[in-house]
Design a protein around this ligand. Structure first.
Ligand SMILES: Cc1ncc(COP(=O)(O)O)c(C=O)c1O
Length: 511
């Protein structure tokens, strides 16, 4: 008899084991390969007892299914255990600090979840008559009010589903605004340190993308920007704080130069977490900016979604906002579903109004913190990142001097001669229970390691993280390259072929 994996239980004495090495995991039962649910469940099984049908199949005519629907049948405990086992293979913000720079993996307060699960919010459908979803529309209106107040901008489009979708929204509004005055422009300028979605979005909208150089202190090179601006530039796309974790000190001048050339200033607001409550983008001259609710306003993310990327718009761009939008009339709230002729709106980006579940969570975060609390969010995010920078800098090299904003950036020059790369170092962190930091981004920094602790980490966790990294750094410098090359050794899977995983992902199960 082959013994089943028994995790931490002790093996009964009388059981015959034929191939123990192949079946026992040494107490690490959860590290076994978990089959897909389609492989676990039988087509002929069901997890619920349904009463025998009272109708005769012949009464149903064409509606009778010719073959099983193909959903796997499992009992409730089998189903639960499958998903819990899967969840334990992954790192999660509920387990430990999740230092992915530029991603703002912060704690998701349970109050947000409680509000999102209220039946009146979770059980509604976007096709319901507006008279039955007045509360939801009021909530969207209030969220819009907070976003406009925090950014100082007069309008907001709520429907974009993520940061990148927000960029698309902003650039479509910009294109519509230029076209409305008969001024079709051709180029969009983007700094070398920009997130890949910026140039990708500009190209997708049909613009030629040109890079703006960076200064040695990690900021936009004003001279290069001025030289590249011209009458055919539709917009500049600048992230602030930028992807090196630095505030663009010349941001007002950057906006002035863009406006003087007749271009719009699109600000990538992915890093709004660092300045919320302290700086209003409108005061910096921003024309359009997306806000990743899943970053700054603590809605859950990971694995690609679900996100929400509302876009705030200046006076000049507001008339070109996409539908739908919420209006407040005498009879209550209403949704403008279709723009009237000549309104300027560039159209619609998605079937419905946006990610309602994320709206509820984000508004809960805002209201539970209040304006002062949100200011403290930014201050604590910056303080935590600088604490990490100060503790690690004696060993790990930072490419730019001085304090950082909400994320601490290191390069790999400190690893020179050790035989350990940024990738190896990051993999070793997995063995110590931490998710790796963002690696090799921004591209302008060699072997970049971008660490964003966020404001929700207590000092004790920051210290645990720094102690671990310093100990790993000491091991790397002591010549223990092998342990780094072999890492991760204690994760459910060993080192993956990242190129293959990105280029040829297996996205579909086949029997
Ligand atoms: C600077 C920056 N811009 C844009 C994006 C895109 O945002 P999203 O992932 O929500 O599409 C990200 C995401 O990490 C980012 O860090």
């Amino acid at each position: 008899m082959t013994m089943l994996n028994v995790g931490r239980q002790t093996r009964p004495e009388a059981v015959e084991v034929t191939d123990a090495n192949a079946t026992l995991t040494g107490g690490r039962g959860l590290l076994q390969d978990e089959p897909l649910i389609f492989e676990l469940g039988g087509w002929d099984k069901t997890g619920v007892d349904l009463p025998e049908p009272t109708l005769d199949a012949s009464d149903l005519g064409d509606l009778v299914r010719a073959e099983p629907i193909g959903l796997p049948g499992l009992s409730e405990p089998e189903t639960l255990r499958h998903y819990v086992r899967l969840s334990q293979k992954n790192h999660a913000i509920d387990l430990a600090l999740y230092p992915l720079g530029s991603c703002t993996m912060k704690h998701n307060p349970r109050l947000n979840e409680k509000m999102a699960r209220l039946a009146g919010l979770s059980d509604i459908h976007p096709l319901q008559p507006v008279s039955t979803v007045q509360g939801a529309l009021a909530l969207m209106d209030q969220l819009a009010h907070w976003l406009k107040t925090l950014t100082g901008m007069p309008a907001v489009a709520l429907s974009p589903k993520a940061g990148a979708h927000g960029e698309l929204c902003g650039l479509l509004a910009i294109r519509a605004a230029h076209e409305a005055r008969g001024d079709a422009r051709k180029r969009v300028l983007v700094p070398t340190s920009a997130h890949g979605t910026n140039p990708a979005t500009a190209a997708f909208v049909g613009y030629a993308v040109e890079e703006i150089a960076q200064t040695t202190d990690g900021r936009v090179d004003l001279g290069d920007l001025a030289a590249k601006l011209g009458p055919d530039v539709a917009a500049i796309m600048v992230t602030n704080p930028n992807t090196c974790g630095l505030f663009e000190r010349d941001i007002v001048e950057i906006a002035r130069l863009a406006h003087a050339a007749g271009a719009f200033f699109y600000c990538d607001g992915a890093n709004f977490n660092a300045i919320v409550g302290r700086v209003r983008p409108a005061d910096l001259g921003v024309d359009a900016m997306h806000i990743n609710l899943h970053k700054t306003f603590s809605t859950p993310h990971g694995g690609g979604g679900p996100g929400a990327g509302p876009v705030v718009l200046s006076e000049a761009l507001a008339p070109f906002a996409p539908t739908p939008w919420v209006v407040h009339g005498q009879a209550g709230f209403d949704l403008v579903e279709h723009a009237t002729d000549g309104s300027g709106s560039f159209g619609r980006m998605s079937a419905f109004h946006g990610q309602m579940g994320m709206f509820v969570r984000a508004l809960t975060y805002m209201m539970s913190h209040g304006a002062d609390g949100l200011r403290q969010v930014a201050e604590d995010a910056v303080l935590n990142a600088n604490y990490i920078k100060a503790r690690l800098s004696p060993v790990m090299t930072a490419p730019f001097d001085g304090p950082c904003m909400h994320e601490a950036l290191f390069d790999d020059s400190w690893l020179e001669g050790t035989g350990v790369s940024t990738l190896d170092f990051a993999k070793a962190m997995i063995d110590e229970g931490f998710h790796p930091m963002t690696m090799y981004f921004p591209l302008v920094v060699h072997g970049a390691m971008l660490i964003e602790p966020t404001e929700t980490e207590p000092k004790v966790e920051l210290d645990r993280f720094c102690d671990t990294l310093l100990a790993l750094a000491a091991a790397a410098k002591a010549g223990d390259a092998e342990r780094f090359k072999a890492a991760p050794m204690h994760a459910p899977l060993r080192r993956l072929d990242e190129t293959l995983a990105a280029r040829k992902p297996k996205l579909r199960w086949t029997a």
